[in-house]
Design a protein around this ligand. Structure first.
Ligand code: NDP
Length: 451
């Protein structure tokens, strides 16, 4: 491998990765982003190359895949596939969400688990990285069907997780309801009440602010970025995608900080509310999505605003964009539209929502652009705080947790600036986050020997 030229180093490493992991485009994309921004640093610090840290980091410590049979309300049998990718435990037990979505596969979980390792390191809490889930689609299922699926899923997953081994949380399609069903089944199978999952209900071991943490954290991070230009959310027009957990609480915090959220979306399309999504409308969305499990198009009917079927919000003029739905939801041309419309802040609430082309457009334009592993780390950070509270068998107040969340996001921002600031003052948040996250894990791996 050429260790003089960063570009060649990246190309050689990617050729190695692609040969070993064929047909895994999202995993390749996530690794490319990291290697590209680390290559210069690695060449200056050759011991990481000598110890083959990158090669080891892209190889999961363990992957489990299993059959999940369950019966629907009519008694018909269904077979889904379950996964857990235990990527890296150098700095703590594996930690990362479970995703239930029909379009997942091992490649998606490897990309998410890889990102999770660096993200968890950035929080400064002792958490390794993992990710998992299933191709089960909770949409359109009854509560009883979801419960039967979760119970069957946990029958196998229980062998692989534990409060000191691997502590899963929620992600797309896995919210409080699913965590509850899985926690109940784990407790029954193991006969122990431990903090084996995070995102639990507040009366049974959950942490205050955990549901809010990812959305709030993303907005806190964006506010930190704005501060570097002497600016704030006050009066800013904000487009947000998604309408699930992360998007809802991003809207809430944007309102707290004086911004105007004007869009939300789901897999059916986008609503555009030029008057702004206010607190009453947000309550309507929470009820629509979390209780009735309805579609975002119903918002447009209720409030008489525009609905763009099968479209994403990036054609709407805004100052700040917060993608909070899913991976690769901003294409290169959508990034260009955002930039042409004056958008100058993009903070990723979702994991890898920008395509490779979009990311490079944002970086080339030198706007305030933060990758998910920095901007959305608030969720896993408060999961880490939930683990601490479970171990100590106590509960912190809402204010205490919120203060800790704010301070963690502030520290992550500082680390990104420390490692990512360029001579002209521009902060390359992608490079900053990748170097800061990498160093801690890499040093721990070296200290622990060839494991
Ligand atoms: P939810 O399931 O609560 O919400 C997901 C939202 O995104 C829904 O509105 C959903 O619409 C939409 N969506 C999902 N897939 C697609 C798709 N392929 N195309 C268009 N829209 C889609 O998930 P979360 O809010 O928890 O997660 C959103 C993002 O944030 C994910 O990338 C996740 O990995 C990331 N994240 C979440 C954390 C958390 O704490 N929950 C922590 C860190 C990151 P529909 O209902 O129609 O599918």
């Amino acid at each position: 491998m050429n260790i003089k030229d960063p570009k060649q180093f990246t190309e050689d490493f990617m050729a190695y990765l692609q040969a070993k992991n064929q047909g895994e485009p999202e995993f390749h994309q996530a690794v490319l982003e990291v290697v590209e921004s680390l290559s210069e640093f690695l060449i200056k610090n050759p011991r990481y190359i000598h110890f083959k840290i990158l090669e080891r980091m892209v190889e999961p410590e363990r992957v489990v895949q299993f059959r999940v049979p369950w019966t629907d309300d009519k008694g018909d049998i269904h077979i889904n596939r379950g996964y857990r990718v235990e990527m890296n435990s150098a700095i703590g037990p594996y930690k990362g969400g479970l995703r239930f979505h029909p379009n997942i596969n091992l490649n998606i979980f490897k990309f998410l688990a890889f990102e999770q390792v660096l993200k968890n390191s950035l929080t400064s809490l002792p958490m390794g990285g993992g990710k998992g889930g299933s191709d089960f689609d909770p949409k359109g299922k009854s509560d009883n069907e979801v419960m039967r699926f979760c119970q069957s899923f946990m029958i196998e997953l229980t062998r692989h997780i534990g409060p000191n081994t691997d502590v899963p949380a929620g992600d797309i399609g896995v919210g409080g309801r699913e965590i509850g069903f899985m926690f109940g089944q784990y407790k029954r199978l193991r006969n122990e009440f431990t903090g084996v999952l995070t995102g639990k209900g507040i009366d049974w071991g959950g942490s205050l602010i955990r549901p809010e943490a990812t959305g709030y954290g993303t907005v806190y991070f964006a506010e930190e970025m704005l501060k570097t230009r002497g600016d704030s959310f006050k009066g800013k027009t904000v487009t947000i995608s998604g309408s699930g957990n992360v998007a809802q609480f991003a809207v809430e915090k944007v309102l707290d900080l004086g911004g105007k959220p004007v869009s939300l979306s789901d897999s059916g399309g986008t609503i555009y509310d030029p008057d702004g999504i206010d607190r009453d409308k947000l309550e309507y969305i929470k009820e629509l999505k979390n209780i009735y499990r309805g579609r975002i198009s119903e918002y447009a009917e209720t409030y008489g605003v525009q609905y763009f079927e099968n479209e994403r919000p990036w054609g709407i003029k805004c100052d700040v964009a917060l993608p909070c739905a899913t991976q690769n939801e901003i294409s290169g041309s959508e990034a260009e539209t955002l930039l042409n419309n004056g958008c100058f802040v993009v903070a990723e609430g979702a994991n890898m929502p920008s395509t490779y082309e979009a990311e490079h457009k944002f970086l080339d334009a030198k706007i305030l652009y933060a990758p998910g592993k920095a901007a959305n780390a608030g969720g896993v950070a408060v999961s880490g705080l939930e683990m601490t509270q479970n171990s100590m068998r106590l509960s912190w107040t809402r204010e205490e947790v919120d203060e800790k969340l704010k301070s963690i996001m502030h520290n992550i921002h500082n680390m990104c600036v420390k490692h990512g600031q360029e001579k002209d003052g521009f902060v390359h948040y992608v490079r900053g986050a990748n170097i800061a996250g990498f160093v801690k894990v890499a040093n721990a791996m070296i200290a622990q020997g060839l494991v």
